[in-house]
Ligand binder design. Sequence first.
Ligand code: CA
Length: 223
Amino acid sequence: MSTKNASPMKYIVIMTLLIAVLLAAIVMLNNKAKPKDEALESHPSTENQPTIGEEDAPVSIVEFGDFKCPACKAWGEQIYPKVKGEFIDTGKANLTYVNVLFHGEESILAAQAAESVFKHDPDSYWEFQKELYKEQPEGGNHEAAWVTVDKLVEVAEKTTDVDIEQLKKDVEGEAAKDQLNIDTNLVEKFSVEQTPTIIINGTKLEDPYDYERIRSIIEEGQK
Ligand code: CA
């Protein structure tokens, strides 16, 4: 083989390698930039779940939340008001809340109270829910106990017309058991491992705080 022939061959090999490296770099950069949202096979059922917004809105957002979770409180304060103003109040989307019981007895108590309010005074549900999240202690030790029957009664008295004796009975008893089983089944079916988990029209968000991403999925759902 003469050097004359070898040179272009070498050149081709080097160029091919360079192009391969460049392509790999582009793919890597792309993967980094794009959130790894998960396209699910189906969207969670919102039947018999508290839903805010128009029932026939083209986009359904499902929030899996736990009253004991600080990240859920943060989502409710930072992202929810924007979603509500831009998409729920305008009829473009509705939002459904599903209870997650990752933090033990207090999660269960809070969820039982919320289910009781939803059953007996559904119009007050969202106000109760938001007010209850507000009671979660700011920063510091979020594991500190704060969900008590007295606290739930206090929040219900402030935000709902439910009969307080009924509420107490529901919170201390098992009235919400079936509803909480439905929620827990959804948590398992949709592999919810962290809270909040946000699913929009069958897409599970990798980053529930990425408002631009939320906006683009909701806009996509209007078509
Ligand atoms: Ca529920």
